[in-house]
Design a protein around this ligand. Structure first.
Ligand code: GLU
Length: 467
């Protein structure tokens, strides 16, 4: 049987990084073993599921590059099949109608709590037929009363649960709609899922799902429950810890491979290696090496990784992502240097693509104002003269290139008896608006002659207007 994993998100919000890690581990496991990876959208909760959230999941998966071999499947398209299975369970005596009212169940719960017992359904309708009651029944699965269920968890090891701990769970609500545990089981069975890899918040569901699968005579998948992801304060990672949605990381200037690399190390390790290409992840990943305990999300480390990927990645690839960010700033990248050259010039100093885009605007668009501090320091008396001399020389330059401009700066500094900074810095502020930019020869060569000259002229006028 083909090794098959699935990612089964409920579309009730954005794609959370915890979900993305589950998706990544499932994807890696399938890829490593030449298996199949399925995307299944668990949208049966009609009140909470939204199309917007489905789109966010699909967009997140695609941005991360987690491609699926089958799907996306939608559980709402499988209602007939769920009904059929519920019927089958009823017919074979593994499910029954339950007519207990809300009030009855509430009272039972209160009594159990008072006796310090775990609240659970007492099985009242299991044997009795109360169909004469004028009430729409729910359908419950008849969980075995004796014996144990052993989850052979590939991360946590064997987990043994006594059947008497498990009550008869509802598989169909009074309105006939199937519940989560039923739909998951039917789809995992029909889709021939061999490995269920998911968050350990589902571990309580697993023995119940195994019992239903057994009742259906289905082969049991193997399970791997991934430990939780915590925020720095030890609480479960949530919005209040900062960005948690995958697309928010894109918006904040992260590269997908940096996020994937960060996520793969959340709960998994391979020696002390920190940086993994996708191919290395696929090669080395194994569920045996997944930690049993929870891991803590560390934004600083993600930022560090992102900078590594920006510095060392393929500039053309980074440029494609930068292009999106430049577009977000309302700038057309056609109005300036090739983005790939901007990446090469800016990557040492940019930890995120948002930083890189913001620091590259002047290549494409004239700025409206100069940085105040930079003006104070560099647009001093006489700097207009320096810029005017530079302008004279640069106008005459026929072969515009960084090296030639650099030489002109050196020569001019010497002629005027100034140190190089007194020439290069006013030039930098004139063409970039601030005192920070890549090396001046790189900056002017990217900016081009026309823009450089126009900006020098503007700066001369500005300096003269100050005095
Ligand atoms: N739909 C469930 C969730 O989003 C996951 C179910 C599963 O992986 O079995 O939490």
């Amino acid at each position: 049987m083909t090794l098959t994993t699935r990612f089964a998100p409920s579309p009730t919000g954005y794609l959370h990084v915890g979900g993305a890690r589950t998706a990544l581990f499932s994807w890696l496991y399938a890829r490593k073993h030449g298996g199949k990876f399925i995307l299944r959208i668990e949208d049966t909760d009609l009140e909470r599921s939204t199309q917007e959230s489905v789109n966010a999941i699909l967009e997140g998966m695609s941005w991360l590059g987690l491609d699926y071999d089958a799907g996306p499947f939608y559980q709402t398209h499988h209602f007939d099949r769920y009904k059929e299975i519920i019927q089958q369970l009823l017919v074979q005596g593994d499910a029954y109608y339950c007519y207990c009212s809300k009030e009855e169940l509430e009272q039972l719960r209160t009594e159990q709590m008072a006796n310090k017992e775990k609240p659970r359904y007492n099985g009242k309708c299991r044997e009795s037929d109360e169909s004469q009651l004028d009430r729409e029944p729910v359908i419950r699965f008849k969980n075995p009363v004796d014996g144990v269920v052993t989850i052979t968890d590939l991360v946590k090891g064997d987990i043994v649960v006594a059947n008497k701990e498990l009550d008869d769970l509802i598989i169909a609500r009074a309105d006939g709609t199937p519940t989560y545990n039923l739909t998951v089981v039917v789809d995992d069975m029909d889709m021939k899922v061999t490995h269920v890899i998911r968050g350990d918040d589902h571990i309580n569901n697993t023995p119940r799902q195994m019992n239903i699968l057994k009742a259906l005579g289905a082969e049991l998948p193997k399970y791997a429950h991934l430990p939780m992801i915590l925020g720095a304060d030890g609480a479960r990672l949530s919005k209040r810890h900062g960005a948690v949605s995958v697309m928010q990381f894109r918006d904040d200037g992260y590269l997908p491979e940096a996020l994937l690399n960060y996520l793969v190390r959340l709960g998994w390790s391979h020696g002390d290696q920190e940086i993994f290409s996708i191919d290395e992840m696929v090669e080395y990943f194994d569920l045996d090496d997944v930690n049993v305990s929870a891991s803590t999300f560390n934004m600083e480390k993600l930022l560090w990784l992102n900078h590594q990927y920006i510095m060392n990645g393929d500039p053309a690839h980074i440029a494609r992502h930068l292009s999106w960010h430049i577009g977000q700033l309302g700038i057309d990248p056609a109005n300036g240097p090739e983005l790939v050259d901007v990446v090469k010039a800016q990557r040492e100093r940019s930890k995120t693509l948002v930083e890189m885009a913001a620091a590259s605007v002047y290549f494409y668009k004239d700025f409206d104002s100069y940085d105040e501090k930079a003006v104070k320091k560099n647009f001093t008396q006489g700097s207009d003269h320096v810029l005017a001399c530079l302008h004279d020389q640069l106008v005459a330059l026929t072969d515009w290139n960084g090296e030639a401009v650099h030489q002109i700066i050196i020569d001019l500094a010497e002629t005027l008896g100034l140190n190089m900074g007194k020439v290069a810095q006013p030039l930098r502020v004139a063409i970039c608006g601030s005192a920070v930019s890549p090396a001046i020869d790189v900056t002017v060569s990217l900016l081009g002659q026309e823009k450089t000259l126009a900006r020098i002229e503007k700066a001369i006028n500005y300096i003269r207007s100050l005095n």
